[in-house]
Design a protein around this ligand. Structure first.
Ligand SMILES: [Zn+2]
Ligand SMILES: [Zn+2]
Length: 121
């Protein structure tokens, strides 16, 4: 099987062609085509999107990072990727003013309000 044939096979499969059709075009046995395509479909080695380290084989489909550390580092670098804006608008627990925060745990619009609430408590 030449590289050109391999590419043709994958292209035709991607276009939804049957093995029989590909076999007719290239003159390669259906069984050989199946073996080849099957090998191609094997999930490749997945890597951490941050550090490039190989993810464990048992890693979930959605997992993109080897560790929480890498995940956080990546999000710090790409705060607005994938339209996944993490900012949340909320009311300050001290003065009631609306503010925008990246940190889901922050309750106050400013340090001043944070310390004010500490003083009150
Ligand atoms: Zn990593
Ligand atoms: Zn406030």
């Amino acid at each position: 099987m030449t590289e050109k044939e391999k590419r043709t096979i994958l292209d035709m499969r991607a276009a939804g062609k049957q093995y029989k059709e590909i076999s007719a075009v290239l003159g390669i046995e259906v069984s050989a085509l199946k073996v080849f395509v099957h090998r191609q479909n094997k999930p490749g080695v997945r890597k951490c999107a941050m550090c490039g380290k190989r993810l464990p084989d048992k890693a979930r489909e959605s997992q993109r990072f080897c560790s929480v550390k890498c995940k956080n580092a990546w999000w710090k670098r790409h705060p607005n990727q994938d339209g996944n804006d993490k900012r949340v608008g909320r009311a300050c627990a001290s003065c009631g003013k609306l503010f925008i925060s990246y940190n889901p745990n922050s309750k106050y619009c400013s340090r001043g309000c944070y310390y004010a609430s500490k003083r009150k408590a």
